[in-house]
Design a protein around this ligand. Structure first.
Ligand SMILES: C[S@@+](CC[C@H](N)C(=O)[O-])C[C@H]1O[C@@H](n2cnc3c(N)ncnc32)[C@H](O)[C@@H]1O
Length: 342
């Protein structure tokens, strides 16, 4: 049963596998979701995904739902699944990777990245013979090579994640390199050029354009291996030095740090961080795009989407969580006008 009209900016209460069939094909820009862990938590009522008897059945059900997500996503769209692991008899079950391999076998999407969430406040475990699990993957899948990807938008909150934690450079910034240049085997002309470029790069660090830098000087530092013509090795051989510029957050890594969220009064036991959802939405959508979460829980995805002037569709099996998510949404401001999703 396929309908052509679905209200956007609404939450559907029901089983996502069934409800996804009512969404038109190629109509959603981003799916971002966190399905229940395998046999991990008792959500209100104990129904739904996660209560299967074995992992194969759990992965089979997840992949079935994933397949529907692929259908509803536009060719330029992406699908992000956050899947948690599970210990059974003291051994990790590699649940996220079983899921990712199951998806790969569909041959419908490309796995673009495994974004690792580093939990800054992981739950301490009693087992003294294991390290504390403190990471979880967010798998980013694309439906085609033409997927929307605004890499620059990812983790751009420099105040909090870069400059805020950075010490101001001291007066001795680069002092070591001036000494090394002076004592090096470079010719006078090479030394003059090296000092000139070093002055410029230090000025960039001081005015905040650059995060930091490294310098390699002929006869002093180990030479880089291989590389292309015009690369670092060539520069060292011709100029006698090379300067490696480091641009802080513009080095967009597949890692994101965040605390495990606990929102005061939230009735849901497994909320994922608004910050991570925000960074994913920023990178993978534009204003006015449609974001779908088939396991909406307490509504985090919809709340962030609304705040960021994106449209949302949520599906959640438990009416209590639907009601709670709706309440969160009424308290979330957005200046974007809602339209009908046809
Ligand atoms: C890990 S929680 C999602 C939490 C959410 N990300 C948040 O921040 O609140 C997974 C949710 O999926 C719901 N669920 C389980 N099986 C479902 C199904 N078949 N269809 C829709 N929702 C389901 C559970 O009730 C639970 O609220």
């Amino acid at each position: 049963m396929y309908t052509t009209e679905v209200d956007i900016n609404s939450i559907i209460c029901g089983d996502c596998y069934e409800e996804l069939h009512d969404l038109p094909s190629d109509s959603v820009d981003l799916v971002v979701t966190s399905p229940p862990y395998f046999q991990q938590r008792e959500y209100a009522g104990g129904e739904g995904i996660g209560n299967e008897k074995n992992i194969d059945e759990y992965v089979f059900n997840l992949v079935k739902i994933f397949r529907q997500c692929v259908r509803v996503v536009k060719p330029t769209g992406t699908i992000v699944f956050n899947v948690g692991d599970k210990y059974i008899n003291g051994s990790l079950m590699l649940v996220p990777y079983r899921f990712a391999l199951g998806v790969q076998q569909l041959k419908l999407v490309k796995l673009v990245n495994e974004l690792t969430w580093v939990k800054l406040n992981p739950t301490p475990k009693q087992d003294q013979r294991k390290l504390i699990s403190s990471t979880e993957p967010f798998f980013i899948f694309a439906k085609s090579n033409d997927y929307y990807f605004n890499r620059e938008a990812f983790l751009e909150y420099k105040d909090k994640y870069c400059n805020g934690n950075k010490k101001m450079p001291g007066n001795d910034l680069g002092k070591k390199y001036y000494e090394l240049i002076n004592n090096s085997e470079l010719t006078t002309e090479q030394k003059r050029l090296a000092v000139k470029e070093l002055d410029a790069v230090i000025a960039d660090v001081r005015n905040g354009t650059l995060d930091s830098f490294r310098m390699k000087i002929k006869g002093i530092h180990a030479l880089p291996y291989g590389g292309q013509a015009g690369g670092r090795l060539t520069q060292i051989n011709t100029k006698g030095f090379t300067i490696i510029k480091i641009y802080g957050n513009s080095l967009k890594r597949d890692v994101i740090e965040s605390t495990v969220e606990s929102i005061k009064g939230n009735i849901h036991p497994a909320v994922y961080p608004e910050f991570i959802v925000q960074e994913i939405i920023k990178m993978l959508t534009k204003e006015g795009d449609v974001v779908l979460d088939p396991f909406l829980g307490s509504g985090t995805t919809a709340v962030v989407a609304k705040r960021m002037k994106r449209n949302y569709i949520g599906i959640e099996i438990h009416p209590d969580y639907v009601a709670y998510a709706e309440q969160r949404l009424t308290e979330t401001p957005s200046t974007y006008s809602c339209e009908l999703f046809v």
